[in-house]
Design a protein around this ligand. Structure first.
Ligand code: ARG
Length: 288
């Protein structure tokens, strides 16, 4: 004679149907077997449950998917950190958080030096880069880019009393500081007779300029403008001429078309629903 017994696994709240052979009650051997069977089932159930939640290494404790973002947090107003504040802030930071939210991902941002960003992406330490990264053919050989999300370009910063440097032409034979690994570094190296100092951050470049170690800094226009106008720095000025026109893009590992597709769809949505404009106005005012 058979019956189906219900075994309740202690603590798991799960129940499992257990086929059992009914023997005379009071048979002690049967009770041992029954206990063993119940234990085995609990084990199976526990492993099964663990299996459901596991296997997604990019899952956070709250269960949502995680987008691992790399940024060189040294580039106000795109990515920077105010003293005493733990959160990274800036246009890029707000934008990628909004994109992540749109995609249903939790965003986790790591601060990585600019020249280490593409290697970090290639090593799969991060899923995307947002860091005022200019889209260009050289980089396209190593990474894929989203649609452009910001139009930028390079300008010059000099000391306030500088008379000799008014345009890029005037940088010939001069000492120039640039952030390492940037388009500014690439452009500055093309200038005839220029001595180019590649430093870790734009802040280091500005410091070098103020200290008289270089004659000029070449760097992205919005960052130069923010440094001088918003941070209220004195003793330096930015020149109006723009050397290049550059588009910023979000970079993903080469061939990750699925992720680029998701990012572009989210970006499009944010442009349509006014969220992009809100973030833009927060950091740059209303004029484009
Ligand atoms: N747009 C320039 C480039 O792509 C500079 C970017 C620097 N970004 C930064 N977060 N420091 O080379």
């Amino acid at each position: 004679m058979f019956f189906l017994g219900l075994v309740v696994c202690p603590g798991s709240g799960e129940t499992a149907a257990l086929p059992e052979i009914l023997l005379e009650s009071g048979d002690s051997m049967f009770n041992v077997k029954k206990m063993l069977a119940a234990g085995a089932l609990c084990l199976v159930a526990a492993v099964g449950l663990a299996g459901c939640g596991g296997g997604q290494d990019a899952a956070s404790s709250s269960g949502s998917k995680v987008l691992k973002v790399g940024a060189s947090v040294d580039f106000a107003p795109f990515e920077f950190q105010d003293e005493g504040q733990s959160e990274y802030q800036g246009f890029d930071m707000d934008l990628i958080r909004a994109i992540g939210k749109e995609m249903g991902y939790e965003v986790e941002i790591s601060n990585i030096g600019f020249d280490g960003l593409i290697p970090a992406l290639q090593a799969k330490n991060v899923d995307v880069l947002i860091s005022g990264v200019t889209i260009n053919d050289e980089r396209k050989q190593n990474v894929d880019f989203s649609d452009p999300y910001y139009e930028s370009g390079l300008t010059i910063v000099v000391r306030e009393d500088e008379q000799a440097i008014k345009t890029f032409e005037d940088l010939k034979g001069k000492k120039i500081a640039v952030q390492i690994g940037t388009t500014s570094a690439k452009e500055a190296k093309k200038i005839e007779g220029a001595e180019v100092k590649e430093l870790n951050t734009p802040a280091d470049c500005f410091m070098e300029l103020k200290n008289g170690g270089v004659d000029a800094v070449v760097n992205d226009r919005p960052v130069n403008d923010y440094y001088i106008h918003t941070s209220g720095q004195t003793g330096v000025k930015t020149l109006p001429e723009r050397l290049t026109s550059e588009d910023y893009g979000i970079a993903v590992a080469k061939g990750n078309t699925e992720l680029v597709g998701k990012i572009n769809a989210a970006l499009k949505k944010l442009k349509e629903n006014g969220e992009y404009d809100k973030i833009f106005a927060k950091w740059f005012g209303t004029q484009k």
